[in-house]
Write a protein of this length. Structure first.
Length: 444
């Protein structure tokens, strides 16, 4: 019987809700499928066995690398593909993988793929919009593309390292393995809809990340991984301390710098966030998420001309940068150019259909314009109703806040109007219309 060309393996625990999708996605390309179960109490093992996979039980020792190494030691194929149960192999990529493993003269020993981590959070620093017509979107507007080494030759001594965020890349390089990059995509649907299960999973990963820092205290990557996981668990103080430690060890660690900047932005420390981000600016190439964050800081500090110039450069160099278009819309709007603001929001919606934030903002802008027209026509109550609804859709719009203040003032509600103007200025410091309106109502 000929040797299998490709072995696919998975480490699983209680994955009954997603395992079948994963197995079906690799069925056309795998000669062998091994499912290593670390203690499932649901139907995971039965689903795998019914599909025809070989199922083994391995002990869980709080170490993903150890679990993976135990599994790959049992694989028979000439090549190995690492998958997780909440992942789906792209159909076109499956065909490419088959071509690679069947090519006896393929010039590499390992292949880097892109893991598409689906998310509806465009503020995640690697986030990109997913193709609108892709069946793999599954209701998500975009994903975080992460290059990972997932396909490699068997029996060359390669081994996984690190208990969490485990990888095999360092082992391949140390043993002289040749690494290629192919246009391969694995779709990852890691968001757990059950809040309690999601929290348990996040806490488990954080505990592993803490252990990793204890065993590798000099690793900037370990501290950065801990910072990201702590932030995901809502442990802001721990995340900040870990990010700062990572940057002490490696001042150029972009992941740690991004996490720290996000923490600073969230609590309003704009000057320090700017200082952190400025470290990563390069004359050689624009980093879209860094420039977008700096543009957002410019906007929030009232430097709208600087924000406009910076954000225009981002969308020129990275047209699919949805978040940059969202901030660019804010800048155009505050400068009195609602037409260009609407255009940027419409482009953002086209790029990332289904992303509620930008769809809501676009509806809010159009409703605000209608409300302004109603006010001009003397329909004060109708105008107020439209503007309040626009604010519900986009609570961060300073122009809507200011417009509400104008209508309230016309209705004789001076104190409520003053509160609206103050809120507008908190959202957009230096907003000339709100400043003028606040002065005028203060003299009334």
């Amino acid at each position: 019987m000929p040797e299998p060309r490709l072995s696919v393996y998975l480490i699983v625990k209680n994955e009954a809700d997603c395992l079948l999708d994963c197995l079906e996605s690799v069925a056309s390309v795998a000669d062998e499928i091994l499912v290593a179960d670390t203690g499932s109490t649901d139907n995971t093992a039965r689903i795998a066995e019914a599909f025809g996979a070989r199922v083994i039980r391995i002990p869980w020792t709080d170490d993903f690398a150890a679990a993976r190494n135990s599994a790959i030691a049992l694989l028979q194929g000439a090549w190995i593909l690492h998958m997780d149960a909440d992942e789906v192999l792209d159909a076109e990529s499956a065909a490419t993988i088959r071509r690679i493993v069947d090519d006896s003269d393929y010039p590499a020993d390992a292949v880097e793929v892109v893991l598409a981590n689906y998310s509806n959070d465009p503020r995640a620093w690697r986030w990109v919009a997913a193709p609108a017509g892709s069946a793999y979107r599954r209701g998500y507007a975009g994903y975080l593309p992460v290059p990972l080494l997932r396909l490699f030759r068997n029996r060359l001594g390669y081994a996984y390292r690190e208990a969490v965020h485990e990888n095999i890349t360092a082992s391949v390089r140390e043993l002289g393995g040749r690494i290629a990059t192919e246009d391969l995509l694995i779709h990852h649907y890691g968001y757990e809809p059950d809040a309690e299960k999601r929290a348990r999973k996040a806490d488990t990963y954080l505990a592993l990340a803490r252990g990793k820092c204890a065993s590798e205290p000099g690793s900037a990557k370990a501290w950065s991984d801990r910072a990201e996981q702590a932030l995901a668990c809502g442990e802001a103080q721990e995340a900040e301390a870990a990010a700062r430690r990572a940057l002490e060890l490696d001042c150029g660690h972009l992941g740690a710098g991004t996490t720290l900047a996000n923490l600073l932005l969230n609590r309003g420390d704009l000057d320090e966030a700017r200082a952190v981000l400025e470290r990563f600016r390069s004359e050689e190439g624009l980093i879209p998420h860094v420039e977008t964050a700096l543009g957002a800081i410019d906007y929030h500090q009232g430097r709208t001309d600087a924000a406009l110039a910076r954000l225009r450069q981002v969308v020129l160099r990275a047209p699919h940068a949805v978040l940059a278009r969202g901030y660019l819309a804010r800048v155009y709007d505050i400068q009195g150019d609602a037409r260009h603001a609407e255009r940027e929001l419409a482009l953002a919606v086209d790029l990332a259909p289904g992303l509620a934030e930008f769809e809501g903002r676009l509806r809010a802008l159009r409703l605000r314009v209608e409300g302004e027209a109603a006010f001009q026509a003397g329909l004060l109550n109708e105008a107020l109703e439209m503007l309040v609804e626009a604010l519900r859709l986009d609570a961060d719009d300073p122009i809507t806040q200011n417009d509400i203040g104008v209508v309230l003032a016309a209705l004789g509600e001076a104190e409520k109007a003053r509160e609206s103007f103050v809120r507008a200025l908190k959202l957009a410091p230096g907003f000339a219309d709100a400043e003028a309106n606040l002065r005028a109502i203060g003299q009334a």
